[in-house]
Structure formats: C-alpha cells, structure tokens
Design a protein around this ligand. Structure first.
Ligand code: MLT
Length: 261
C-alpha cells in the first residue's frame, strides 16, 4: 500500500501497471470505481497527487504539472514499476502529458480523459489566480458545493446522491494551499499539441457528451492529431465521466489495456 492514495496489485498480470491520475481539486478516491473494476486485469495505482488527500506534505506556492509528474515517477521507481499505462482525467491529463514529455520510454499507453492539450490564455490564467485565492477566502466547502454541478450531470446528482456526496466530500476536505498551488501550476502549463502529434505511444481520448468544463471540441482537437483517432464519447456523462458512467468508462479503459497487452 502506498503512503497515500490507493494501490491494488495484481502481480500475475501480463499487462503494464495502470496509473490513474486524478483531476482538480480531488484525490485518488475519485477513481474508486475504476480501481475496483480493473484490479483483476492489472496492477492499479491511484495515488493522491502531492498535497492532496492523504498526502499532507508541504507544497510550494505553485505546483507545476512537471513537479507532479516527477513525484509520480519517483513513486513508480520506489515500487520497481518500469512501464505504465497513464490515465489522467482533466488536470490529471495535464500531468500525464508532462510525464510523457519527460519519460516517454516509461509510457506504454496514454488515456486522456475530459482534458485538453492547449495552454491557458490570459483570461484563463487570471481565473486560476482567482481560484487560488478563493480556496483560502471562501473555503473548500463552499468551492465544493459550487463545483459539483459542473462536474457531474444533473441525472447523477438526482439518482445517485451518494456518488455526488462522495465527490463533494473529497473536494471539501482538500487543503486550500494544495488547491491554490495546483491552480497556479495549471496556469503555467505549456501547450502539448506537438507532443501528441509526434508521440508513438498508443493513445485513447475519452470524454463525456455533457462535459461543460472540457467541451467536446477539446477532445476532438486532440483526437484529430493522434494517429488512429481513438476517441470515445460517453453518452450522459459530464466532466467526471468516470463517476457519471463508470461502466462505460471502465469498458473503454479495459478494452484499451487489452489492446496494448
Ligand atoms: C479538473 O477537473 O482537473 C479541472 O477542470 C482542470 C482545469 O481546471 O483545467
């Protein structure tokens, strides 16, 4: 077991380990349904990124996506895991792309869920600073309540209130300094379209048909430049497509893992 997050090992698997990288501002618990479903297929790691969840280590004012990726690489090294399939959702996708840019030889497959490869524009960067300040001034409980309708579909909130409450609780429990550092770090991330254009790593893009934070064109733009154009649009799913439609998300992930065995 890791010092933070969730790891379930299937040491008999012939497949590379699956490293699930959570979005903002959450932690590894957001992958509960994926860890449970995929552990029979391969070794699954769903760590908390530095500062989030059970990782209570101090964070600098801005945590770059490269810094998160560096910590994940150290985690893999500690566990003797050489090659992985990276699956990052939203901010987790930014971290996955930073990892791929630095250590392509360690990446057997890449899954980019509900994310984008472009950098923030000036307005976006201003918004990041506002979010960072709000984490301290308004507090995480208020932010969690405000975020929820943008993360999950109204259908999920109405029919699976326990799933919505679990996500709200995860967000409300994060430390403001970790949230601020991540927000400022996202503002610093570079454009990764060239990386995706040139990568030889098998890549799958997943998104939700109702994602209001990363609308379909963000995913389409990535899929258009990747050889093979593997794009899965999950119906009736929002930004957290893995929570809104876990079965469809898990099926796409499982098929992808199987395809690169
Ligand atoms: C996330 O879910 O990680 C965020 O929406 C990413 C972002 O704000 O760019």
């Amino acid at each position: 077991m890791l010092s933070s997050g969730i790891t379930l090992a299937n040491m008999t698997s012939e497949q590379p380990a699956l490293l699930l990288i959570h979005g903002f501002p959450m932690d590894g618990r957001a992958w509960k349904e994926q860890v449970e479903a995929l552990q029979a297929q391969t070794t699954v790691l769903a760590p908390d990124l530095r500062g989030f969840g059970s990782d209570t280590r101090p964070v600098p004012e801005a945590m770059t996506m490269e810094a998160y990726a560096q910590h994940l690489k150290e985690l893999l090294d500690e566990r003797g895991i050489r090659s992985v399939v990276l699956c990052g959702l939203s901010m987790g996708g930014y971290v996955a792309m930073a990892f791929l840019a630095a250590w392509p030889e360690r990446v057997r497959g890449l899954v980019l869920a509900n994310t984008r490869a472009t950098a923030d524009d000036a307005d976006g960067r201003r918004g990041r600073e506002e979010t960072a300040l709000n984490a301290f001034d308004k507090g995480m409980a208020v932010m969690a309540r405000a975020q929820l309708p943008k993360l999950l579909t109204p259908h999920t909130c109405a029919t699976r209130p326990e799933a919505a409450a679990a996500i709200e609780k995860i967000i409300a429990g994060q430390r403001p300094e970790a949230v601020a550092a991540a927000s400022r770090g996202m503002a610093l991330r570079p454009d990764r379209m060239d990386l995706l254009r040139t990568t030889e790593v098998p890549t799958l893009i997943i998104t939700g048909s109702q994602d209001v934070l990363m609308p379909l064109p963000s995913s389409q733009a990535m899929a258009d430049i990747i050889p093979g154009k593997h794009l899965v649009v999950i119906p009736d799913a929002g930004h957290l497509s893995n929570v809104d439609q876990p079965e469809a998300f898990n099926a796409a992930l499982s098929d992808f893992l199987e395809s690169i065995r």
